[in-house]
Design a protein around this ligand. Structure first.
Ligand code: PAF
Length: 297
């Protein structure tokens, strides 16, 4: 097992990154070395391991950040409760072959407290997940912008960042931020990891009992129904997929829409797809709120 180097300040991260990239460039002078950043809030699980292996497979140097970002929590009790498991995280990151772990303190990232100037996710950040979490995506974009600055290659290199497709709205907003504000980073969305029964992996699944877990399977079934129709070039029957979810006792649907992943605006129901399309849903099952999605085109 590789032991990643742990750094806690941006001042340490830059020279450590430069050293590894310089070494990679010397080992392969014919091409530009590449650096991957995988931002996380820790409490890592198998879903995160798949992000790390995607980053490891394609890059010379892999940095993971572990930072529980207060700015993206609207409820202080949630922030307080969020698990901090750095030792276990370092083990997983070591097994995944990560080179550098950047785990700054809140004071390092926000030395003057809550920043006066923050990014706004605009209307894309106020719908779907944003509707029940006001300000959440503004906080996500603000910290991701800061992480891009801290982790950016200090010597010539390609810069890529990896996020889980499970949080499709977050991915859409980060892509939008990178395009709108010209960040020199390529964004990769890593596909959702699913259990054998189809349920999207999430740390929240452990709070489902057997019956609730069985009920939750309707979510991936409904998404598969839409995917199959999209693959066959047929018009999407979103109403039938919504009915399927609504007919499942124990599942309380919040939203289920097919949207343009570039804008998160709903697409016209029933039309054959003419461009990129993403099915997004959220539902409460027993004690947890689950989200899931499928790329349709
Ligand atoms: O997806 C997460 O874990 C967080 O929202 C992120 C991207 C690390 C920003 O804090």
């Amino acid at each position: 097992m590789n032991t990643p180097r742990l750094v806690t300040t941006a001042a340490e991260l830059r020279p450590a990154t430069a050293e590894l990239l310089t070494r990679a460039a010397a080992a392969n002078p014919a091409r530009l070395p590449s650096l991957a950043l995988v931002p996380t809030m820790g409490a890592l699980h198998e879903g995160h391991a798949s992000l790390m292996s995607a980053a490891r497979a394609d890059n010379d140097v892999v940095t993971a950040s572990v930072f529980v970002n207060p700015l993206q929590f609207d409820d202080p009790a949630d922030l307080e409760r969020y698990p901090r498991t750095l030792d276990a995280d370092l083990e997983l990151l070591g097994r995944a072959g990560v080179d550098l772990v950047f785990a700054p303190s809140v004071e390092e990232v926000y030395p003057d407290g809550v920043p006066q100037v923050r990014l706004s996710a605009g209307t894309m950040g106020t719908r779907w997940e944003g509707a029940s979490r006001p300000g959440h995506f503004d906080g996500v974009l603000t910290v991701v912008a800061k992480l891009f600055h801290y982790a950016a290659p200090p010597v010539p290199a390609r810069f890529r960042a990896y996020f889980g497709q499970k949080d499709a709205q977050q991915v859409a907003l980060i892509r939008r931020m990178v395009a709108d504000l010209d960040f020199p980073v390529e964004i990769t969305a890593v596909p959702i990891v699913r259990a054998a029964d189809g349920l999207a992996e999430s740390s929240r699944n452990r709070f489902l009992d057997a019956g609730q877990r069985q009920a939750a399977l309707v979510l991936s079934k409904a998404l598969t129904m839409l995917k199959d129709r999209a693959a066959a070039g047929e018009g999407l029957d979103l109403a039938a997929a919504v009915d399927l979810v609504r007919s499942q006792p124990g599942v309380d649907l919040d939203y289920f829409e097919v949207v343009d992943p570039r804008t998160l605006e709903p697409l016209a129901a029933g039309e054959p797809l003419a461009g990129p399309a993403l099915a997004l849903l959220a539902a409460r099952v027993g004690p947890v709120r689950l989200i899931d999605n499928a790329v349709l085109a």
